[in-house]
Design a protein around this ligand. Structure first.
Ligand code: ADP
Length: 265
C-alpha cells in the first residue's frame, strides 16, 4: 500500500490531491491505488523506471487523460471523480478551463509555434488567455526571456535555436502565465548532453519562485536531490516510497528503490 503522504501528516490542505487513482488502457491496468498530494509551493521530484506511470499521472492533472478509478482535486475543487459504477463525474467546463490555466506543462518536445518569433511564442497565450494587451504581454515576455538568457533571440524563429534554447523558451512561455504548478516531464531527455545543464539551470531558477508548486519527472538524480522538497519513487503503476531527498537517496527502504537507484551511482 502507498504510504500516507507528508502532506497529510503535516495536516495542511494540499493543492493537488490524487485519491485511489487507477488507470487502464483497454484491458491493461497500468496504475492502481495511487494516493498522492502536492502542497502549494512544494517542489516534488518523481523518479522511477520508464513505463511506471509518471507521465500518465501528470497528464491527468493537465486534463489530457481521465483516470478509470478514483478522484483528483486541485485547488480544493474536483477535477475528476470516477464512481464505483465506472461513471465519470468531471468538473464543469469552466473549472476545467480554470485548472488548465493554473498549470504549466513542459514536455520532452518543446512544441513551439514554428511560424512565430520567440517573442511572439511567449506573448501569444498572455494575450489570448490572460487577456493582456500586446504591450503588457511583450514587456513580460522580454523580461522572462532575459531571465532564461535569451533576450538576444527575441526576433529569431524556433528552428534557428538549439534544442536547449528551444526548451528554455518553452519554459519561459509556461512560466509567464504564472501557473500555480509547473509540470516538467523529462524535459532534458531529448537533449544533447552538453545542453542539459543550461535547461536544468532554468528549472532551478523557476524553483526559486516560492509560491509555484512543481512536479518534476526526471532521470537527473543529482538534480532531483538538489531542488526537491520531496522525492516520489514510482514503479509498476504504484508509489513505492516517498520522502525527503536525503531519505530516498541515502536510506531507501524498499528493494525496488535500491535497485533503481543503484543504476545511477
Ligand atoms: P512513465 O512516464 O513512467 O514512463 P507512462 O505514464 O508513460 O510511464 O506509461 C505508463 C504505462 O501506460 C506504460 O505501460 C505505457 O505503455 C502505458 N500507456 C501510456 N499511455 C498509453 C496510451 N495512450 N495507450 C496505451 N497505453 C499507454
Amino acid at each position: 500500500m502507498p504510504r500516507t503522504s507528508d502532506a497529510s501528516l503535516l495536516n495542511q490542505e494540499p493543492y493537488v490531491k490524487y485519491r485511489n487513482i487507477g488507470m487502464k488502457f483497454g484491458d491493461t491496468e497500468v496504475m492502481k491505488g495511487i494516493n498522492f498530494d502536492i502542497l502549494s509551493g512544494e517542489k516534488v521530484a518523481m523518479i522511477g523506471p520508464s513505463g511506471s506511470g509518471k507521465t500518465t499521472l501528470a497528464r491527468m492533472l493537465m486534463t489530457l487523460e481521465k483516470p478509470t478509478e478514483g478522484t483528483i482535486e486541485i485547488g480544493g475543487k474536483l477535477l475528476w471523480h470516477r464512481r464505483a459504477n465506472g461513471k465519470l463525474v468531471d468538473a464543469n467546463l469552466k473549472h476545467l478551463r480554470q485548472v488548465r490555466g493554473q498549470i504549466g506543462m513542459v514536455f520532452q518536445q518543446y512544441n513551439l509555434f514554428p511560424h512565430m518569433t520567440i517573442l511572439r511564442n511567449v506573448m501569444e497565450a498572455q494575450v489570448h488567455v490572460l487577456g493582456l494587451t500586446k504591450k503588457e504581454a511583450e514587456d513580460r515576455a522580454r523580461k522572462i526571456l532575459k531571465k532564461v538568457g535569451l533576450e538576444h533571440k527575441c526576433d529569431a524563429y524556433p528552428a534557428q535555436l538549439s534544442g536547449g534554447q528551444q526548451q528554455r523558451v518553452a519554459m519561459a512561455r509556461a512560466v509567464v502565465m504564472k501557473p500555480k504548478i509547473m509540470l516538467f516531464d523529462e524535459v532534458t531527455s531529448a537533449l544533447d548532453p552538453e545542453l542539459v545543464g543550461e535547461v536544468l539551470e532554468v528549472i532551478r531558477e523557476i524553483a526559486e519562485e516560492d509560491e509555484m508548486a512543481m512536479l518534476l519527472i526526471t532521470h537527473e538524480m543529482a538534480f532531483a536531490r538538489d531542488i526537491a522538497d520531496r522525492v516520489v519513487f514510482m514503479a509498476d503503476g504504484q508509489i513505492i516510497e516517498q520522502g525527503p531527498p536525503e531519505q530516498i537517496f541515502n536510506y531507501p527502504q524498499h528493494q525496488r528503490t535500491k535497485n533503481f537507484l543503484s543504476r545511477f551511482s
